[in-house]
Design a protein around this ligand. Structure first.
Ligand code: ATP
Length: 461
């Protein structure tokens, strides 16, 4: 079994070797804190997003989807408080000039600087502990004073003058603002009534100061967010239901419960009513996977104020007018992806000096569901039959056809990408109409009649 501290390296190596994740712009030497998903990574990410959508939208009458633009009016980011307050405390190492997050350095030595602390307060705590704090790049303990560093990523969209700094247009820092500003559109044009939710999956961008730990913290990432609009009196009960639903989601995609925990925020920002994170036990420890926040009426009130539009709601039964409260569930695709790889990655000792690496992914999440092999590449009748079966299965499942290398190597390759079933066509298929199906987890092989294949997979997948 790999040691915990090198498990991340093993996962990164597998992700690269098997086409899950590549460093961005790799042939140009890479581009810090940005990653590309390869063929299998794209499938895994799609499976995560599709399942999230199924749970959060498809199976709910009270939640609808949205796909808002990445570029939005810069006023939105003023109203949301991001222009003035979306920042991290930055510190620079005087020796190597590495830039680091002061709160992350403090956390490494067990001192916590929470979101409510001012820069000056964090500076004081930082100074008090400075002899214990080491630069993550060179180990020096000599740092500059702290500075606020805004995480919004600016663009030059629509700026045809040199005034870019005065009127920047940002790449969105979170997907939920697109939901708040479309709340009234959705309410007016669909059949939802309060309480209802709007869900969105999309890219967000943050100028993260220290982006380490692979795809855990990147500068471009995808969020899966659902904002639920409620009258204040049912906020608590709806929040509890959402917590239950989101916890269950992780169990359903194959995360084991002992690798999950709740983290309650102690010092809430003034408008927040409740804030919990779901944390996963990554190879580098328990860290945030998803945030669940009860945000009061802050978001819609601010957008009402800044846009001049009335975003209040009138209850059709009581005629009572109020600004809906928001509870949100905000998860990252990349972090869920890394949690699944961490959970599924196994190195197994098969005895007699043989080992295998296998991704024991939940079948719903596996990039490829069935790999179809002809036993021998140079027997056209086997290849033809295997292609025929592949063509039938691919209509229903994400399948892969592979006729290269010996069968053992083909099994190992599929094990490494987490394919639950390999189906082999051999001479008995031609003679008796039987194929061999091999199970990823038990490695057991069984004979299935060709006519029963679809039935077999619809029962097992
Ligand atoms: P952290 O404290 O780790 O920076 P956060 O509290 O700022 O995260 P939120 O703003 O609540 O994160 O975003 C919701 C979710 O989006 C997070 O739980 C995480 O899954 C994901 N996320 C946020 N920032 C990043 C990032 N830089 N890279 C990858 N995923 C991210």
């Amino acid at each position: 079994m790999p040691e915990k501290n090198n498990k991340l390296e093993q996962i990164i190596a597998l992700a690269k070797r098997r086409g899950f994740v590549y460093p961005s712009s790799e042939i140009y030497g890479g581009f810090a804190a940005v990653y590309d998903f390869g063929p299998y990574g794209t499938e895994l990410a799609k499976n995560i997003k599709n399942y999230w959508w199924k749970v959060m939208v498809q199976s709910r009458q009270d939640i609808v989807g949205l796909d808002s633009a990445i570029f939005m009016s810069p006023k939105i980011w003023e109203a949301s408080g991001h222009v003035s307050g979306f920042s991290d405390p930055l510190v620079e190492c005087k020796k190597c000039h590495g830039r680091l997050r002061a709160d992350a350095l403090l956390e490494e030595i067990g001192v916590f600087a929470d979101e409510k602390m001012s820069l000056e307060e964090i500076q004081v705590v930082f100074k008090e502990n400075q002899d214990q704090i080491k630069c993550s790049y060179c180990g020096s303990t000599n740092f500059t004073d702290l500075k606020k560093f805004n995480l919004l990523v600016q663009s030059n969209l629509g700026n045809f003058t040199s005034d870019i700094d005065k009127n920047p247009v940002y790449l969105r820092g979170e997907t939920c603002q697109g939901i708040y500003v479309n709340y009234k559109n959705v309410l007016d044009t669909s059949r939802v009534q309060i309480p209802f939710g709007i869900a969105q999956i999309g890219k967000a961008f943050r100028n993260e100061i220290t982006a380490r730990q692979f795809i855990f913290r990147t500068r471009e990432f995808e969020q899966m967010e659902m904002q639920y609009f409620v009258p204040p009196n049912i906020m608590e009960s709806e929040y509890d239901k959402l917590k239950e639903l989101r916890w269950k989601f992780y169990l359903e995609i194959g995360i084991s419960e002992n690798n999950l925990r709740w983290h309650e925020h102690e010092n809430l920002v003034f408008y927040a009513k409740k804030a919990f994170d779901i944390e996963y036990n990554f190879p580098f420890g328990f860290k945030e996977l998803e945030g669940l926040h009860a945000r009061g009426d802050w978001d819609l009130s601010r957008h009402s104020e800044f846009s001049g539009q009335d975003l209040s709601y009138t209850d059709p039964k009581t005629q009572k007018k109020f600004i809906p409260h928001v509870i949100e569930a905000s998860a990252g695709v990349g972090r869920t992806f890394l949690a699944l790889l961490s959970e599924a990655y196994k190195e197994e000792d098969l005895g007699e000096g043989e080992t295998r690496t296998v991704l024991k992914l939940d079948k719903k999440m596996s990039p490829i569901k069935i790999a179809v092999f002809p036993l021998l590449k140079n027997k056209p009748e086997l290849v033809e039959k295997a292609k025929e079966i592949f063509n039938i299965l691919k209509e229903k499942y994400m399948c892969e056809f592979d006729d290269s290398g010996n069968i053992g190597k083909r099994y190992r390759r599929q094990d490494e990408i987490g394919t639950p079933y390999c189906l082999t066509v051999d001479f008995e298929t031609l003679e008796k109409g039987e194929v061999t199906v091999r199970d990823r987890d038990t490695m057991k092989q069984e004979k299935i009649l060709e006519k029963d294949i679809l039935n077999y997979f619809s029962q097992n997948l």
